[in-house]
Design a protein around this ligand. Structure first.
Ligand code: GDP
Length: 365
């Protein structure tokens, strides 16, 4: 399963945030595909559509979908040179599919800042630089050998050499690999390098309790936004401390608490949805009277593969996917009405499943 890693300098609020994630988190028993590991927190994906489908179908049971966050502790300046947890830290990042980079945007004099003052951009750059240096080392290790082969007119080596040179240039200008433009063909080679800075990133601005309602007043958040814009990255504002309190509440209490604050959606819920999308994940639904359920698939998956997420038999014996979009189903008011309105499509093996599809798979046993 795809997972997002939570990274950040010490004392920025990572543990507090991760704590909120595990407290709010789903019972792993419901999600057998998920990892059981103290550093992994399983979250259910908040999805209004699932509630609407439940009202419509009135099933016995409703099951949201879930995915994983991984807590990656211990980056400090010099990690790429083995400082702190150094290499171990980097190898943990290598295993995640996207990065949630937590940045301290709260000023609390009682809590030490590793570099002496709150400076989110300097913090971001410290971590980004460690990752860039680690990638530079990866590239440097290969480039000599590949260059030799390229000189002997080895076609693959020539292609790779061009890529490595381009990457090296970027790294030496302190730019992450994700900012370098590659063709689709080149991208396949780049993937094989398992770079850290190719992974998609979002920034989590951790603000103090006073800034939750109107974070635009917080100058640090502004700085992070400006920085992230250049990186084409999203910024999610949370107050980790409040999130860990919200996580203790049940749904009703949570709704009341947020309403009192005048907030539509908790920062953690926003973070969950943004990260899901950052990972390239999307949701389709099954809607029967027994169970209405959300399923996670990777964008770009075809119908049989999506069927296989429910059960391997569904994929092996796949015949077709009876599909209606969530909007069409809701407008029609029932599956029967949607069918009569001609909104239920019979999709075959080549169909790319779309976010929000409500699907009934037909298969041979
Ligand atoms: P980590 O080292 O990045 O995992 O940071 P922690 O989660 O351990 O947080 C470091 C300190 O900052 C702890 O004392 C937290 O209580 C505090 N902290 C975390 N988030 C917030 C916040 O939103 N507001 C305030 N005032 N303190 C926070």
């Amino acid at each position: 399963a795809l997972t997002a890693g939570i990274v950040g300098l010490p004392n920025v609020g990572k543990s507090t945030l991760f704590n909120a994630i595990t407290k709010a988190g789903a019972e792993s028993a419901n999600y057998p595909f998920c990892t059981i590991d103290p550093n992994v927190g399983i979250v259910e994906v908040p999805d209004e559509r699932l509630n609407k489908l439940t009202e419509l179908v009135q099933p016995k049971k409703t099951v949201p979908t879930a995915f994983e966050f991984t807590d990656i502790a211990g980056i400090v300046k010099g990690a790429s040179k083995g400082e702190g947890l150094g290499n171990k830290f980097l190898s943990h990042i290598r295993q995640v599919d996207a990065i949630c980079h937590v940045v301290r945007c709260f000023a609390d004099e009682n809590i030490t800042h590793v570099s002496g003052k709150v400076d989110p951009i300097s913090d971001i750059e410290t971590i980004n630089l460690e990752l860039i240096l680690a990638d530079l080392e990866t590239v440097d290790k290969r480039v000599g050998r590949v260059e030799k082969m390229a000189k002997q007119k080895d076609k693959d080596a020539m292609i790779e050499h061009e890529i490595l040179v381009k990457l090296k240039e970027a790294f030496e200008s302190e730019l992450p690999a994700r900012t370098v433009e590659f063709t689709e063909e080149q991208m396949k080679v780049v993937k094989g390098l398992h770079l850290l800075t190719i992974k998609p990133v979002l920034y989590v601005a951790n603000v103090g309790e006073d800034d939750v309602v109107d974070p635009s007043e917080n100058p640090y958040v502004q700085q992070v936004r400006e920085f992230a814009d250049k990186d084409h990255a999203e910024v999610i504002v949370v107050c980790a401390k409040i999130e860990s309190e919200i996580a203790e509440l049940d749904d009703e209490e949570k709704a009341m608490f947020l309403q009192e604050l005048g907030i539509e959606e908790s920062g953690l819920d926003q973070l969950i949805r943004a990260t899901y999308s950052l990972l390239g994940l999307a949701t389709y639904f099954t809607a029967g009277v027994q169970e209405v359920r959300a399923w996670t698939f990777r964008k770009g998956m075809k119908a049989p593969e999506c069927a296989g997420i429910i059960h391997t038999d569904f994929e092996r014996g796949f015949i077709r996917a009876e599909t209606v979009s969530y909007e069409d189903l809701l407008n029609a008011g029932s599956m029967g009405a949607a069918r009569e309105a001609g909104k239920v499509r019979l999709e075959g093996k080549e169909y790319f499943v779309q976010d929000g599809d409500v699907i009934h798979f037909r298969f041979n046993v």
